[in-house]
Ligand binder design. Structure first.
Ligand SMILES: [Zn+2]
Length: 308
């Protein structure tokens, strides 16, 4: 074997070794939300979604559900970075659109629930014959943004306190790793659940969550007192309440969350992971069911007629 071939093979080995990092942990929550949603789409909505997806998605919505995170720091899309979250005033465990939905310089509607409203309107405009929406939107991007932001608004710390940037400035340890509270909720709890319960198999984790979704859960998740196509404010209200009750609770700066506490000859698992994983599971399931309900509404042929 020549030197060139050896280099080529080594290159491939390194590339394959890096693949799991490229498709890394940060994507798992969004992937799970969109995979769960796919199962609840009507045939009509699924066809409309597939028609809008970019070619690289190969017909799979879940494959592009982290697109909005991948582009958020690129110069061309930097405007979108404030659309992933909303902040409440410190220690206020409720969400108020007028008070909380703005960007860092106070421009209204630039937050996660404002973005959900906006991209829903853009996708609905396709069915509108009134001519009011003469602007032509990029509906592929609208679908990818909307699917991502429905996931984000269900992550409790994406509706957290302003002073600690939704837990980003609270340094903690997750087992032995130094990280921050926001990252624990974005990635680490899911990562630990995958290792602890599913032998690192994301598909198995998603199937397990799906098998726990009952008709009653779907009814409750999709039951809304909503007069327009989407009402995301209650999702944000749920999130800040869960952030107060579960995410911030016992998460003082510098604390070790996860791991084992050894007292004398006994080991005790810190209960943060075991008590919070069911919350994360439920939020992934709710996000998935609600995303499907919304896409079914948007792409229902008769929706705009029924609303008139
Ligand atoms: Zn995001």
């Amino acid at each position: 074997m020549g030197v060139l071939e050896r280099h080529w093979i080594m290159g491939w080995i390194i590339f394959l070794f890096l693949l799991p990092i490229i498709h890394g942990w940060g994507k798992d929550g969004h992937y799970a939300t969109c995979k769960i949603a796919e199962n609840f789409l009507t045939g009509e909505a699924l066809a409309a979604v597939k028609a809008l997806l970019p070619a690289e998605a190969e017909g799979d919505l879940a494959a592009v559900c982290s697109w909005a995170d991948e582009i958020r720091y690129k110069a061309h899309y930097r405007w979108s970075s404030t659309l992933h979250y909303a902040d409440t005033p410190d220690f206020r465990c409720n969400y108020n659109y007028c008070r909380d939905c703005h960007d860092t310089v106070g421009r209204k509607d630039r937050c996660v629930t404002g973005a959900i409203n906006n991209y829903t309107m853009q996708l609905m405009s396709e069915h509108d014959d009134s001519g009011l929406y003469a602007v032509s939107y990029n509906l592929t991007e609208a679908l990818m943004f909307l699917s991502h932001f429905i996931g984000d608004v269900h992550q409790p710390l994406h509706v957290g306190f302003l002073g600690d940037e939704g837990g980003n400035s609270i340094t903690v340890r997750w087992y032995r790793r130094k990280t921050n509270l926001h990252h624990v909720w974005d990635n680490m709890i899911i990562e630990s659940a995958l290792k602890t319960f599913y032998d690192k198999d994301l598909t198995a984790m998603i199937q397990a969550i799906q098998s726990n979704i009952t008709d009653a859960f779907v009814d409750e998740a999709s039951q809304e007192n909503c007069k327009s196509t989407v009402c995301p404010d209650p999702y944000a209200s749920e999130s800040i309440k869960l952030a107060c009750k579960f995410a911030y609770r016992n998460a003082t700066p510098g604390i070790t969350l996860g791991g084992l506490k050894i007292i004398g000859s006994s080991c005790y698992a810190y209960d943060y992971f075991y008590s919070r994983w069911p919350v994360v599971e439920s939020r992934l399931a709710k996000g998935g069911v609600r995303l499907a309900t919304l896409l079914n509404r948007i792409f229902s042929e008769h929706k705009s007629i029924a609303e008139e």
